[in-house]
Design a protein. Sequence first.
Length: 218
Amino acid sequence: MKYSINRSEKMFLLLASIFIALLVVSNIIASKIIMVGNLIGPAAVLCYALTFAISDTIAEIWGKERTKYVVTLGFLASVISAIMIKIAILMPPAPFWQNQQEYKLILGSNIRIVIASMLAYLTSQYHDVWAFHFWKKLTNEKHLWIRNNLSTLVSQMIDTIIFIVVAFYGTGTPLMSIIIGQYTIKLIIAICDTPLVYILVNFVKRYINFEGKYKVTS
């Protein structure tokens, strides 16, 4: 069977795949708490923050509806991965394999953490898509750095507050300290990823506009 895929669709699928991969990996590695200087946050903070750079690139080139579609796919992929990880934990280990408790400890996030993560993800990512196009329209599609930063900075704040409050409220965890630490790290990453968004947008546009079609054979 032979079929062809144009350059625009090829690049869209690649970026969508990277977005989903970053999201799923961030859910898996988030259980480790790290310190950057005096700031505390989950190990997934960089991985997850990069999803906003990818979604802003997709939004800039393919528009709101496609970006929302990718966000929805990311949510479904996260749910499927969480279910499969849970099944893997519940499956009986081989008699000679002695790492069940460690395996469960690292991968077995409780249901409250999962709900907090999914709620924060959906709210912040859909807000990011809306805000990106709001600023794009307000600036007459000029100044990519404005819509990239303003949409991401607010969305990251929403994500941080929802996740920390839903996941840890009432547990004795110092909520404000973690919120400030995690958001500060995300803030720095969001500002630093602006050049990355410009590079991605320019590269994708040049790639798409290059003459010829990419053919896939299977």
